[in-house]
Design a binder for this molecule. Structure first.
Ligand code: UDP
Length: 243
């Protein structure tokens, strides 16, 4: 267990999936310093409550393999570029959290000893027990995967209570809320409902990992103040997809 226990919390070990896009501001900056700080404050908030926190960071604000492929970059090469992009974001999060006094460890799925530990499940577990925030970078280390799949994989390996997927929308809707004014937001859904209605919760590889291993997914908007704290306390925010 971590140093400070938090019995009133609904979730005690969480995998927070942050897409790279969340880090991008309205301007041209790939990593907006103010957004980064607000995001890390939210992580610190639940960490201080005693929640064991893993962060899986995406790279979409810098590079995505699929985007590269459209411009003629070999898909596998592009995916490695995307994975390296997640390392840049992960280091930014590490730096920001450490400056706030939160102890962190970065674990990379692609060995790069000078800047991150290799991913070792048991070591990650130990860091969590010692109250360190573990930041997973370089995705799964394999091309043709995503950081959503990384989150599903790490959550399964580490027996996390939930994946919290921060997005730019505040949950899952029956249709695109940007295009349809009458779109209805779901508070809760089962995996089967989401499949039947073909709702795009995560990519299919990530989704089926969560389904098979019964890892609930909370989709929520990080712009909500204290969103993560509310979520770990069990308040109704976003959309919860469960077994
Ligand atoms: N990526 C990959 N394998 C992985 C994780 C990521 O090849 O296991 C590559 C892929 O090109 C992806 C990019 O890294 O597009 C950035 O990750 P992702 O698109 O998941 O980031 P996000 O959309 O969450 O910012």
């Amino acid at each position: 267990m971590c140093a400070k226990t938090a019995p009133s919390l609904k979730y005690k070990r969480v995998v927070l999936k942050l897409s790279g896009e969340v880090l991008r501001g309205k301007g041209s900056e790939t990593i907006d310093a103010a957004i980064l700080e607000r995001m890390c404050e939210q992580v610190k908030e639940i960490h201080d409550l005693g929640v064991q926190v893993c962060v899986v960071i995406g790279g979409g604000n810098i590079f995505r393999g699929l985007q590269g492929a459209k411009r003629g970059v070999d898909r596998t090469t592009g995916d490695y570029m995307g994975m390296l992009a997640t390392v840049i974001n992960g280091l930014a999060i590490m730096d920001c959290l450490e400056k706030m006094g939160v102890k962190t460890r970065v674990q990379s799925a692609i060995p790069m000893n000078q800047i991150a530990e290799p991913f070792i499940m048991r070591r990650a577990m130990r860091h969590l027990e010692k109250g360190r925030v573990v930041i997973f970078v370089a995705g799964t280390g394999n091309p043709y995967f995503s950081t959503d799949t990384t989150a599903a994989l790490r959550a399964s390996e580490l027996h996390a209570d939930i994946i919290m997927k921060a997005t730019k929308v505040d949950g899952i809707y029956d249709k695109d809320p940007k295009k349809h004014a009458d779109a209805v937001k779901y508070d809760e859904l089962t995996f089967i409902d989401a499949l039947k209605q073909r709702l795009n919760v995560m990519d299919s590889t990530a989704f089926s990992l969560c389904l098979d291993n019964n890892v609930p997914i909370l989709v929520f908007n990080l712009d909500d103040e204290h969103a993560i704290r509310k979520a770990v306390a069990g308040d109704k925010i976003g959309t919860l997809v469960h077994g």
